[in-house]
Write a protein that binds this ligand. Sequence first.
Ligand SMILES: [Fe+2]
Length: 510
Amino acid sequence: MAAAVGAAVAGPALLDAPAVGQTTARHAPPPLPEDPFTLGVASGDPLHNGVMLWTRLAPEPTVDGGGMPPHPYRVRWEVATDETMSRVVRRGASPADAAHAHSVHVDVRGLRPDRPYWYRFRVGDHLSPIARTRTAPAPYQRRLTLDFGLVGCQRYTSGYYTAYDDLAAADVDLVVHSGDYIYETGGNSVRSDPLPESITLDQYRNRHALYRTDAALQAAHATAPWVFTWDDHEVENNYTGLVPEVGSSTPDPAAFVARRAAGYRAYWEHMPMRGPAPTGPDLRIHRRIRWGRLADFLVLDTRQFRTDQTCGTNDVGGRCDAAFDPATQVLGTEQERWLSRGLRTSTADWAVLAQQVVFSQFAFVPGNPGIYNLDQWDGYPAARQRVLDMLAADRPHDTVVLTGDIHASFVSDLKADYDDPASATLGAEFVGTSISSDGSALNAVVPLILANNPHVRYANAQKRGWVKHTVRPHEWRADYRLVDDVSVMGAPVSTATSWVLPRGGQLESA
Ligand SMILES: [Fe+2]
């Protein structure tokens, strides 16, 4: 299924459109008696003249095939300049077929820069909710402020998505998701996820669908376009490249290749991703999203092209000599070259690396071998230094790294050399905590991280939440919005700490 490119306004409005079956009765798919929009709608990857729209037809979300008949459907969509959908500026129809889990991807173009739009879908008599999205500023447009939310790590069983309710009420322009959109396993904790471990395509689809039934997650998608990347749990914990984790349910190499293909395919089917669906185990997700002259988001993939963790564990341990081998890779050669080119050619005020795993050095015990989390960039010091050297050469004053993965909040100086506290500060790293995933394992090491890493300015593993970023040409502000208790529905959310990074300056607690 090719993503449909949006046409100018033509044809009947959604409310006047003929229901499925009225126009081509002989070939029409059967009507859908139940609401197929149970997963909500979403938008993403804004351009200055367009945005991706997404939905998926799934009247029975966690049943194989989403409870849809196997027939192809056409789903009508429209984009308006007002929230009542009275001033429609683009409309069209896009295919939804069983081979793509009846997902709908619309690459709408011809929109104006830097303004909100509203959109909705229709199939048969069913109308989706109306949601808001936004286009990016024009490439050289000066825009004084960007408000965006950093989110990630949303294990369904670990708690309620109260953070997403708070985000949805915050009126942000954009949401950046750092990965772990789903977790491949279920369980019973705060909430029940009764699905079996995701290994097959149907199993990944059903898990994405379960997560998408959450009303707060749907509300967060409906408030702004998302820019997203994956981490490990969209396939399997701590996998690297085509290497499964130690103790994997799919240790056989061929089985893991098939599993990664299923995980990536289901991810594509459930996100407003631009470009065709993957047909094998590879899917490019690294890309640049420009926000006028204010910020260039370089969205990274630190999983797909990574070399395996080298030191006998893919978790916490000592760093062996092999970790320093220049041949070790986090991004892979091609993505590293792409990043270098992106940093060199970016003219935006801020360069933003939107990625997954902690970039700054977090020595639990310093030195070598020391003790580090080897699944983070700490396990690949040579690869990290190559990126730091690029930053020092091309963006020495204004880089921000956005990170997820470890379910705890950290604010760190980005250092040209982590073993030399006197080395240049290149910017900052903001590690968002998790939306819901448990972070208690880190409580024990937070004092060690603070004691042994002078560049780490703030650490809190106690609470879940999201980070509100306010970006201006000369100042970056991060407000950590933390939830009192994700096991209590609707628990209070408050700003736990705020940090300001003047462009070219040093982080300050606000
Ligand atoms: Fe996570």
